[in-house]
Design a protein around this ligand. Structure first.
Ligand SMILES: Nc1ncnc2c1ncn2[C@@H]1O[C@H](COP(=O)(O)OP(=O)(O)OP(=O)(O)O)[C@@H](O)[C@H]1O
Length: 251
């Protein structure tokens, strides 16, 4: 299996009112191509901080991050921004779109940052909207006119428009009801089956069950990893394995 991201002794320290808070402490993790990696842990364990570091959204205080063979932890902010645009897609709990633009135009605005070929980007956007079950009437609506579930699925389209090496998601179903969560998770599973590497932070067991590699963070350190068979979210043995692992981790 190819490693797409690897960290070596990754540390992140924040200074809050003169007090140093060591949030990530010598974290060594590997993210493999095609995996659906899930990061879990108690609130404040450093999950989002790790996700931001892995994706080049934030720089580590110490240590190395290798992404697609490049040491991105050495990059200047400008170089990192270009790298991120090319290699990373992002989905957050709340999807922020430009309200006065259609969903399609919001997605095109992101796509056209990476290429000037509008025809090609539009074709890809329409294909992606189709895959996430958003029809033409909906993708032509203003972002202010759509439901939370539609916004999240449109967010996935935007996250994937530039064919990122890795799609990063931070609590992507946190603001959704149960049926919308399932629909969004099904979309993640479908793209992962097609080979899309995904790294997702979640507290939600149903989200975690979509993954095949669960990394558990405790107090800024990797406390354990659990490997699950891919694509069997309803399999009882798999569920038991995850439950046992989380119990062992003290979740
Ligand atoms: N930019 C920042 N400046 C200062 N402190 C920060 C910053 N970002 C995060 N922290 C602190 O780092 C710690 C870990 O935050 P992080 O968001 O990574 O945790 P988490 O595991 O994702 O938690 P949750 O599950 O509650 O979202 C918290 O104590 C938080 O206050």
């Amino acid at each position: 299996m190819n490693k797409v991201i690897e960290t070596k002794k990754l540390c992140k320290t924040f200074s809050n009112g003169g007090i140093q808070q060591h949030i990530l402490k010598n974290v060594d993790v590997q993210i493999y191509e095609g995996d659906f990696t899930v990061i879990m842990g108690a609130s404040g364990a450093g999950k989002s901080t790790l996700l931001y570091a892995l994706s080049g959204m934030d720089k580590p205080t110490l240590g190395e991050i290798h992404f697609c063979g490049e040491e991105i932890s050495k990059y200047t902010d400008d170089k990192l921004a270009v790298f991120r645009r090319k290699n990373c897609g992002f989905i957050f709990q709340q999807i922020y779109m430009m309200d006065k633009m259609s969903l399609l135009d919001n997605v095109l605005a992101s796509g056209l940052l990476a290429t000037k070929n509008k025809k090609e980007v539009t074709k890809r956007a329409v294909e992606l909207f189709h895959k996430v079950n958003i029809d033409e009437i909906t993708y032509r609506k203003f972002a202010s006119q759509i439901s939370g579930g539609e916004a999240q699925r449109a967010g996935i389209v935007r996250g994937l428009i530039n064919k990122p090496s890795v799609l990063f998601a931070d609590e992507p179903t946190g603001a959704l009801n149960s049926s919308n969560s399932t629909a969004v998770l099904d979309v993640f599973t479908d793209f992962n089956k097609e080979g899309q590497s995904i790294v997702m932070v979640t507290h939600d067991l149903r989200c975690a069950l979509r993954g095949n590699r669960i990394i558990y963070l405790k107090d800024g350190q990797v406390a354990g990893e659990c490997l699950l068979d891919p694509y069997k979210p309803k399999d009882a043995a798999r569920r038991t394995k995850l439950d046992d692992f989380l119990k062992e981790m003290g979740y």
